[in-house]
Design a binder for this molecule. Structure first.
Ligand SMILES: [Zn+2]
Length: 415
């Protein structure tokens, strides 16, 4: 009887306890700086201790030799759309209007796995683009261990001002389903924000400007009063707001309205970036999306001169850096292939950031910007979300694409 009682108590613990590991790379990038010869001890789903090899106990741990690698915090993708796939495969309009949601979700499960295997253990997924609340179930499937994938911060449908978004270009006599939720004005906006939160949104995404009406160029959408209202309602539940904005005026309203991040920011000016710095608004530049779209439109990268759009993006990105704006790492992946997330990091370096700063953006800076105190650094007590890559990406940024191992919550996703 006593023995049986013992077994019942003992079995679940022993069956489900995770192994303890001691990871031995050449160096550790801890999210802020690099330490040669450091090792990391993992216990359960957490980092137990980290430091020079002679200061961290190997007792009871399986030693994992990672010679030749740099061990880093699991990378954080700042701007993904797991429910989209590259536009050169299927244009965005057709994904929204012609693809069954079951098809889109089936694809998304594969996208999630590819993201994780690329070393990105967290994504901030900024909108389902017509796939309703399907990010909620996708996140649950990952958290329940049904499918492999990154931890997800989700925004569900995202918010748009009526008439401002897409698909567009149809007869004005028919109503075409849109890629996000239309809501305007005091009561409707409050309800929409609360409804999205109720259904699972961790943050709110708005489109502060967009190519609107028959004109080709982007124009501001929400008034500053509407943005302030959205931010107030989201904030009162402890959630931040991310704003798509590419025009200077759309960015200005997003910043003054209290949004935490500006996505894209292509037509920012030195004055706007100074305003971002002043208000602590972070920029998620999505360099890789612009690069991909330009190539889908026919630009032969490497053979032809850069189109004006790319030249201009280099200029404004540099202005943001010079202004000291906090730079998140987020590529708008989905526009290009999931699993190729590091393309954004390589481009950030190409456009003028030091590799070390790029890696900070993709780890500790993103973690801070998205209020993720439990990850983004290699530090005792934090989640054991880690990636080891061959070489030293703090010196050669493309090494970030040479993934050796990925660990999420103390369990190897790739080894
Ligand atoms: Zn996006």
């Amino acid at each position: 009887m006593n023995k049986l009682y013992f077994l019942i108590l003992w079995f679940p613990v022993s069956l489900f306890a995770q192994p303890t590991y001691l990871l031995k790379p050449d160096r550790v990038f801890d999210g802020e700086t690099t330490h040669e010869g450091w090792v990391v001890r993992i216990s359960g789903d957490k980092i137990e201790s980290v430091g020079a090899a002679n200061t961290v106990s190997a007792t009871g741990a399986e030693v994992v030799d990672l010679k030749g690698t740099t061990l880093m915090p699991g990378l954080i993708e700042g701007h993904s759309h797991l429910l989209l796939h590259p536009y050169n495969e299927t244009p965005w309009d057709d994904q929204v209007l012609k693809e069954a949601r079951s098809l889109r979700v089936a694809r998304a499960t594969v996208h999630a796995q590819k993201t994780l295997l690329a070393g990105f253990t967290t994504v901030r997924d900024l909108g389902t683009e017509g796939a309703e609340y399907d990010d909620v179930g996708l996140k649950q499937a990952i958290n329940k261990g049904i499918i492999p994938g990154p931890r997800m911060i989700i925004v569900t449908r995202a918010l748009i001002a009526t008439g401002s978004y897409a698909p567009k270009g149809f007869s004005p006599d028919i109503d075409v389903p849109q890629g996000a939720e239309e809501a305007d004005g005091h009561d409707a906006l409050i309800q929409a924000v609360r409804r999205q939160i109720g259904k699972g949104a961790d943050a709110i995404k708005i489109y502060a400007d967009y190519r609107w009406g028959l004109m080709a160029e982007a124009r501001p959408t929400y008034t500053i009063e509407e943005i302030k209202l959205i931010v107030d309602v989201a904030k009162s539940s402890g959630r931040g707001v991310a704003a798509h904005a590419s025009t200077a005026e759309g960015m200005r309203r997003a910043i003054l309205g209290g949004c935490e991040t500006v996505e894209h920011g292509d037509a920012g000016t030195p004055e706007i970036f100074a305003l971002m710095k002043q208000h602590g608004t972070a920029l998620c530049p999505t360099l890789a999306a612009g690069d991909a779209v330009s190539q889908y439109r026919g630009w032969k990268k490497g053979q032809e001169p850069e189109p004006d759009r790319i030249k201009q993006k280099r200029v404004t990105f540099k202005q943001a850096l010079d202004a000291g704006v906090t730079i998140c790492a987020g590529g708008d992946v989905g526009v290009f292939s999931h699993g190729d997330n590091a393309r954004e990091l390589v481009m950030m370096a190409d456009y003028g950031m030091k590799p070390l700063d790029v890696l900070r953006s993709a780890t500790s800076v993103n973690a801070d910007a998205f209020h993720l105190a439990d990850r983004g650094r290699v530090r005792s007590g934090l989640l054991a979300d880690l990636v080891a890559v061959d070489g030293d990406p703090t010196k050669t940024i493309t090494d970030v694409q040479r993934v050796r191992i990925v660990m999420k919550g103390g369990i190897f996703s790739k080894r």
